[in-house]
Design a protein around this ligand. Structure first.
Ligand code: HEM
Length: 164
């Protein structure tokens, strides 16, 4: 059978009806597509780094695990002797939250003041950042957010390292 010979026997009124349905469906799909795109763009634009990282629960977990590790790692533990780790973990979590534009109040000292007497070396600093990176990598946050947090912390090196 030759398909091109097929004819639809429609009255002019039915043809108009079919055309209206086709146009209507195309318009609905385009509007739905535009709405999906604009809501994806909106989410990208408005999610703060804090939200992208997973909020306070994820930031606290990253801080806790990082501090537990650096406070016991033979290469970094010397500065943590006699320090109240529970308080320090909370303070570091609040600091990271603030750096990520989160809704936290960081009430601690500046990075320069809080590390002034510790004589922290470049390799101690790098090890802490590496530990932080490993712990962030355990989370589900997008890579761009993980890198952005580390990028924002990088300038603290010059305030913290006093013995390079
Ligand atoms: C990106 C790197 C670092 C960040 C963001 C950071 C952040 C902080 C924060 C927020 C505090 C608390 C300040 C306060 O509550 O007043 C703190 C204190 C402290 N940090 Fe760091 N720190 C970093 C690197 C390091 C390194 C590399 C070491 C040692 C290996 C270290 C050892 C300490 C110690 C021992 C304290 C407690 C000081 C005290 O209470 O006298 N930090 N840090």
């Amino acid at each position: 059978m030759n398909l091109s010979n097929l004819r639809f026997n429609l009255t002019p009124e039915k043809k108009r009806h079919v055309m209206a349905m086709v146009v209507g469906t195309a318009v609905s799909w385009s509007v739905a597509g535009l709405m999906a795109c604009s809501s994806a763009l909106h989410a990208q634009k408005t999610d703060s780094l804090y939200q992208q990282l997973g909020g306070v629960a994820v930031i606290t977990q990253v801080s806790d695990r990082t501090m537990d590790r650096v406070a016991t790692d033979p290469r970094t533990k010397r500065t943590f002797e006699g320090i109240k780790l529970g308080y320090l973990k909370q303070s570091v979590a609040a600091y990271l939250c603030k750096v990520a534009d989160g809704p936290c109040a960081y009430e601690g000292e500046t990075m320069a003041n809080s590390h002034a007497d510790l004589k922290i070396t470049g390799s101690e600093f790098d090890l802490m950042v590496e530990t932080l990176r490993e712990e962030i990598n355990q989370t589900q946050a997008p890579n761009s957010a993980k890198n952005e947090l580390l990028r924002r912390l990088a300038p603290t090196r010059r305030d913290i390292v006093k013995n390079s």
